[in-house]
Write a protein that binds this ligand. Structure first.
Ligand SMILES: Nc1ncnc2c1ncn2[C@@H]1O[C@H](COP(=O)(O)OP(=O)(O)O)[C@@H](O)[C@H]1O
Ligand SMILES: [Mg+2]
Length: 216
């Protein structure tokens, strides 16, 4: 099993994160998912980034204070922070206008709390299209969730990059193993802010332990 020291760097991933990739980041509250997501977004060159904030996330509100409630027409260049605080399950339908923007192509969506948009059995058709056909139109997704059992299978099976924090529960590891085809035993021994990382495209046959990402 590969072990790495120091801080996570793009080189440690063994591959670039592209603007039309899907990135899934899993971990309990406080494990550092949002920090991983900010680092991932800083690596992605994309003309348009749409941050979907479905709970009043203090860090996002401070980092991007100029949030909007909706986007009219074509999304502008740069980062657009859309804040819309809908409790689950209202969020599954309540974001369809924003998710439908994927049809303009060339953008990255960031879901800070994917389970407010989807669960293991319910999701927006747009979300599925972002995961299944987004690549061909330059659309990527970065999504955070607390547990693998809480998300649609395609957000794991279609992910180009998976980051997962310390996970004790067997049911979570089993869902991951089913979706990725690799063993995730390392998740039982991860120190704080370390993540298990897997990318099939990089030729990996097992996940690696990724040290804490730099704070960006
Ligand atoms: N890579 C890191 N290096 C140092 N501290 C970190 C790192 N990641 C997270 N933290 C600390 O943990 C806190 C929670 O991280 P956050 O990304 O907000 O967690 P989550 O989104 O999983 O709830 C941060 O405010 C920060 O203090
Ligand atoms: Mg968070």
């Amino acid at each position: 099993m590969a072990r790495t020291a120091g801080r996570a760097t793009a080189a440690k991933l063994g591959t670039k994160i592209l603007s039309n990739d899907r990135v899934t980041i899993i971990g309990r509250t406080g494990q550092g998912k949002s920090k991983v997501a900010m680092w991932v977004l800083s690596q992605i060159k994309s003309p348009r980034k749409i941050i979907l904030n479905s709970k009043p996330d203090k860090d996002l509100l401070v980092k991007w204070p100029n949030w909007v409630k909706s986007i009219k027409d074509v999304p502008p260049a740069g980062v657009t922070h859309v804040a819309r605080f809908l409790k689950f399950p209202d969020g599954i339908k309540g974001w369809d206008d924003v998710l439908g923007l994927w049809r303009h192509g060339n953008m990255v969506f960031y879901f800070d709390e994917l389970p407010n948009h989807a669960n293991a059995s319910q999701w927006s058709g747009h979300l599925q299209q972002i995961y299944q056909t987004g690549r061909s139109v330059g659309v990527g997704a970065v999504a955070c969730a607390q547990r693998p059992v809480n998300v649609p299978n395609f957000t794991l099976s279609e992910a180009d990059h998976i980051f997962i924090g310390y996970t004790q529960l067997k049911s979570d590891r089993e869902k991951l193993e089913g979706a990725t085809g690799v063993q995730w035993d390392i998740l039982r021994e991860l120190p704080p802010y370390h993540f298990g990382y897997y990318c099939q495209r990089a030729g990996m046959t097992e996940p690696i332990i990724l040290p804490p990402v730099p704070l960006v």
